[in-house]
Write a protein that binds this ligand. Structure first.
Ligand code: AMP
Length: 406
């Protein structure tokens, strides 16, 4: 299966793949598309950025077209943890169903019910939904799931983390038992058995369970806590930083950091869950269009986002876990493009750094910037203790041109 035509997909889908500019299938597409086309259940472990969405959307659309039922009834349901992921998945569906007579709609909270209700009543074959709002529609009688043929649970580990298990179980009660079910997840924790037990002899596909996209260059930038912001601003001044995603641990920090970056004259916006859905979508669209060079985000807001051509992911705050690290940097080096993942680390972060290295199965290079003054003391009146640049990481001195980072 080295070309898309090997899958023998409907010619309208092949045409859409060409128009999308996908030249050859990615590894997950090569392995999952034939299984899904056979109608089998599937558990796939794959991070976002691997072409995972098209891996299930293409065979899903093919199956719907292959078994036409003449009515615009909801026949496929994709459940996603966040609104952004739902929108992104629907965009991929729109892109790939461009030449087919298949309609889709997104359903999630934080926006009015009416437009979604109209969409559902009009009759759509594919619904991409977040669990809570879908239940609202089921209760109102606007979503009829009695004819679902295909169910996809996307980012299932995230849905468990977010406490969606009871909602998903409620939704499952409204679906026909006779259906094809697919589950995608970055990891498969034990608790996942509470979802997978409904599947029928699922095939299991593992794509790079732990290793992030191979094209990402990783580096750690050790520095004292009080110098993190100025080190970040220096990194942002580096070459090719045209589309940078910066992660912070908290919403407040995301806003404050975006203001500080803005004051330095960069084009920056922030994305976090305190913002309204419209604000979030606008930030995201404007960043995608290149209106902003920098997007400062928290984990929840950025989970699973597909932002093409991110040149760098910078972890201003170290992620809490190795899994979160892998999710964050899934935003760069996507679909075989190159990207850089930089992480600012302080002494306090050494445990989680060790965890990340163990997960990746590799040592991450420590770097220091030649032109940066690591000895600058903490400003008076702050609670941060003065400290020389911490030594435990023994940063290697060097430039920070792209070449030097490799
Ligand atoms: P995903 O992992 O689904 O978030 O996809 C990541 C990005 O890769 C999206 O922008 C897709 O449009 C793109 N993509 C999916 N399949 C391919 C492919 N075969 N070749 C190139 N890009 C792809």
């Amino acid at each position: 299966m080295s070309t898309f035509s090997d899958f023998r997909l409907d010619h309208r889908l092949e045409k859409a793949v060409q128009v999308a500019g996908y030249e050859k299938p990615t590894p997950i597409q090569k392995r999952t598309i034939p299984i899904i086309l056979k109608g089998k259940d599937l558990i796939g472990t794959a991070q976002t950025g691997t072409g995972k969405t098209a891996a299930f959307v293409l065979p899903l659309l093919h199956s719907l077209m292959n078994r036409p039922n003449g009515h615009h009834k909801t026949r496929a349901l994709i459940i996603a943890p966040t609104r952004e992921l739902a929108e992104q998945t629907n965009n991929e569906i729109r892109k790939l169903s461009k030449f087919c007579n298949i309609r889709s709609v997104t359903v999630y909270g934080g926006v009015g019910m009416d437009a979604q209700e109209r969409g559902l009543r009009k009759g759509v074959e594919v619904v991409v939904a977040c669990p809570g709002r879908l239940i609202d529609h089921i209760e109102r009688g606007t979503a009829d799931l009695s004819r679902i043929e295909i169910l996809v649970l996307d980012e299932a580990d995230r849905m468990l983390d977010m406490g969606f298990l009871p909602s998903i179980k409620t939704i499952l009660k409204h679906l026909p038992v006779n259906r094809q079910t697919m589950l995608f997840s970055a990891t498969i924790p034990d608790a996942m058995s509470q979802l997978t037990y409904v599947m029928k002899q699922p095939e299991r596909i593992d794509i790079d369970l732990k290793a992030p996209a191979k094209t990402v260059a990783h580096a750690l930038y050790p520095c004292p806590q009080h110098l993190k912001t100025s080190l970040l601003l220096t990194l942002l001044d580096g070459p090719d930083t045209t589309s940078v995603l910066v992660f912070t641990r908290t919403r407040r920090r995301a806003d404050r950091l975006a203001q500080q970056i803005d004051r330095k004259g960069f084009k920056v916006t922030a994305l976090h869950s305190d913002k309204t859905q419209n604000q979030r979508q606008r930030s995201l669209d404007d960043f995608r269009r290149g209106h902003y060079d920098i997007l400062v985000a928290t984990d929840i807001a950025a989970r699973g986002l597909d932002i093409a051509d991110v040149t760098h992911v910078i972890n201003y705050d170290v992620p809490d876990t190795a899994d979160t690290y892998i999710h964050r940097i899934g935003r760069t080096g996507r679909a075989e493009r190159e990207g850089d993942a930089m992480t600012l680390v302080t002494d306090e972060d050494s445990l989680v750094v060790r965890d990340i290295e163990r997960s990746l199965g590799t040592h991450i290079e420590r770097r220091a910037l030649n032109q940066f003054d690591y000895t600058k003391p903490a400003p008076a009146m702050t609670s941060v203790t003065k400290r020389p640049p911490q030594q435990s990481f023994r940063p290697r001195r060097g430039g920070h041109s792209r070449a030097a980072r490799r």
